[in-house]
Write a protein of this length. Structure first.
Length: 167
């Protein structure tokens, strides 16, 4: 099954597409990277970044043709409530993009993804990057961390599928 993992962001959205075999548990990276929104330099209004996200994500979905999208659920830190609101806008664009193409969306709490990838729900960004490097046999950890987080979401979905296939 082809799974596209997404680490949503309003400036940088990480993505990692994998092919996963539920029977054997094997996973291979098809493509991974980031969607950088608003370019560099001057501040770009949120609305324009969301349009850019919609366009870039739509092209990604069409090109990679995933059967499932796995996304980190919304995380809100009590000290930064405005960040959660802005992230909610970006997540809405991503959810809508998958729904438009009738692609199944699965969401996981950040701790669920960390447990599936590292064994610890409190893993650091460095630990996530190292674990993803190990899982896929990469020469170096994926960077930026948004890519590792997106691949982690895809791994979490693949491992959940394998568990469902067994059970």
């Amino acid at each position: 099954m082809r799974i596209l993992g997404i680490d949503p962001g309003s400036r940088i959205t990480g993505y990692g597409c994998i092919d996963a075999d539920a029977d054997s548990g094997s996973m291979t990276i098809v493509e991974a990277g980031v969607l950088r929104l608003g370019g560099s330099g001057a501040t770009v209004p949120l609305g324009r970044r969301l349009v850019e996200l919609d366009t870039d994500y739509g092209e990604l979905l069409e090109r990679l043709a995933p059967e499932r999208v796995a996304m980190e659920g919304l995380f809100a830190h009590y000290k930064h409530p405005a960040t959660a609101i802005v992230m909610g806008h970006a997540r809405g664009v991503l959810v809508l993009g998958a729904a438009r193409l009738r692609i199944q969306l699965v969401e996981f709490k950040p701790a669920q993804i960390k447990v599936a990838v590292t064994g610890s729900g409190r893993a650091s960004k460095d630990q996530m990057q190292s674990a993803v490097q190990s899982i896929f046999g990469l020469a170096e950890p994926p960077t930026p961390a948004d890519v590792a987080d997106a691949l982690g979401a895809a791994v979490c979905a693949a491992r959940r599928l394998a568990t469902e296939a067994i059970g």
